[in-house]
Design a protein around this ligand. Structure first.
Ligand code: ES4
Ligand code: ZN
Length: 326
């Protein structure tokens, strides 16, 4: 079989996907209509044309505007169902999804509405497709530590519906240390910990995410290669990096796909996984991320199998489930 067929067919886990980033323009317009929300854009095409980003912030502004159409439990269900169906078609067998409660609670949507709709779609995907899934609640790092603590309080009645916490949104100027105390509390609660670091921010943020927040995976982390000592540590400790190639190109972390450092990360002995980040905004789902990288970089079948295996190894699945899926 061709390399492309192998990439598409091989079972994989997706570990870095913001569910709000899976809202396709068509669904944004359908939900806006259903909920009587007025958008700044007059058509699907006009909205899609606005997806010309210059950096992380220019994307986040549009991403939060798109999420404004989500009001009811069914909206969160429909969004998640659409993503899981698409992921199932890409042979994703396990998905760990980020969600951003503060984007919704700030607009007056109840925390329970958000998590119940998303969680119900995960249950249905498990029943219908045998897909497993889990939720990771992200704190928006441009907001305060106090806001993060208030969000954690709202989440506690739903503790059985999510497995961990993460940190996302504007990275520069919002170092991991800002959330040291809230992550310490989450750790005491037995939550799994991850954080976005080293996407636009410096390698130092990767170091403090590990040392201060005590995260188990780094989301993105591509800028680690600027620091040889940090790179060696990540390799030695097998800290997974959840890399999102098409995202990095769209947000100009790298100018072109061929400039992406994925091959160098692998050559450095790092544990890397391939993910879609915000697939509706960045031009593709997880298989598109694989096929683009394998078409522009000299990667082979062995790399493909390693990336698939590490996607399960780096997941928060129990060991026996990992072994079953790998
Ligand atoms: C995000 Cl690409 C990226 N980086 C940081 N925060 C995010 N939220 C959604 N996508
Ligand atoms: Zn992300």
């Amino acid at each position: 079989a061709s390399l492309r067929q192998l990439l598409e067919k091989m079972p994989k886990a997706e570990l870095h996907m913001h569910i709000e980033g899976s809202l396709e323009p068509e669904l944004i317009f359908a939900l806006a209509e259903r909920n009587g929300v007025t958008l700044k854009y007059s058509s699907v095409d006009e909205l899609r044309r606005a997806y010309a980003f210059t950096d992380l912030q220019s994307f986040l502004d549009i991403y939060y505007a798109g999420a404004s159409v989500l009001l009811k439990e069914q909206d969160f269900y429909d969004m998640t169902r659409a993503y899981l169906g698409r992921a199932h078609a890409d042979n994703v067998r396990h998905a760990e999804l980020f969600f951003d409660p503060q984007t919704h609670t700030e607009r007056g949507v109840d925390f329970g509405t958000v998590i119940s709709g998303i969680h119900r779609a995960l249950q249905d995907a498990a029943t219908e497709w045998g897909m497993s899934g889990a939720l990771i609640m992200c704190f928006l790092r441009h907001l305060s530590e106090e806001d993060a603590f208030a969000t954690l309080e709202q989440a506690l009645p739903y503790r059985d519906k999510f497995i961990g916490v993460g940190l996302d949104s504007s990275e520069r100027g919002h170092p991991p240390e800002k959330f040291a105390r809230v992550f310490a509390r989450c750790r005491e609660l037995g939550l799994r910990l991850v954080a976005h670091a080293g996407e636009e921010g410096p390698p130092e943020y990767i170091r403090t995410a590990l040392d201060v927040l005590k995260v188990e995976r780094i989301d993105h982390g591509v800028r680690c290669l600027e620091d040889a000592e940090l790179t060696q540590r990540l390799a030695r400790d097998k800290v997974p990096l959840t890399v999102c190639p098409l995202s990095n190109v769209k947000l100009r972390v790298f100018d072109r796909a061929a400039d992406h450092n994925l091959q160098r990360l692998l050559d450095a002995g790092l544990t890397v996984t391939i993910n879609s980040d915000d697939p509706a905004y960045f031009g593709g789902y997880v298989n598109d991320n694989f096929t683009e990288m394998f078409s522009v970089l000299p990667l082979d079948q062995r790399h493909a199998r390693q990336l698939a295996r590490d996607s399960f190894a780096a997941s928060f699945l129990p060991e026996q489930d990992k072994r079953r899926l790998m």
